[in-house]
Write a protein that binds this ligand. Structure first.
Ligand SMILES: [Cu+2]
Length: 156
């Protein structure tokens, strides 16, 4: 029975490593992203869907400022896989000044949050960013991984 449980955990572990998630974010009619703060794992993908016209995705900051993720054209589907942990800030090029911003936290890593806060933005966008950062901070997850949770549930 013990061996069986052990094998089961091994299976869970390999499954967890092999499967990456994709999070879908839509451009909405009220000039915003349907998910403003996305918490994802390392290796997960975000897919932006042009459900409303006139929007795109342009990165303003990330853990590697020399190599920010690719900017998209207006009205197209866009997908990026995030392999580098940290906080990413992006905007819609036409509506960034109005506060159409999004935040992505990869791997629960907030090390570069200081750089994010220093990005130059319009007054409106700045206040939106402050709100998004508050949301991101409050959603910060404990270090306990999902595997540990599964383990606790089975044992307990
Ligand atoms: Cu827009």
């Amino acid at each position: 029975m013990r061996l069986l449980l052990f094998l089961f955990f091994l299976y869970l572990l390999s499954w967890q490593v092999a499967v990456a998630d994709t999070v879908k974010i839509e451009f909405t009619a009220d000039d915003s992203y349907s998910i403003e703060v996305a918490n994802i794992g390392v290796g997960d993908t975000i897919e932006w869907l042009p459900k409303n016209e006139g929007h795109n995705v342009e990165f303003l900051a990330g853990p590697n400022m020399e190599a920010l993720p690719e900017k998209s054209d207006l009205n197209v589907r866009h997908a990026i896989t995030f392999d580098l942990p940290g906080v990413y800030l992006y905007q819609c090029t036409p509506h960034g000044n109005m506060g159409m911003l999004g935040l992505i936290v990869v791997g629960n890593n907030f090390d570069n949050l200081g750089n994010i806060e220093e990005v130059e933005l319009s007054r409106v966008a700045k206040s939106v960013l402050q709100r998004l950062i508050r949301v991101a901070r409050s959603s910060k997850q404990p270090i306990l991984s999902r595997n540990v949770l599964v383990h606790l549930r089975l044992v307990g």
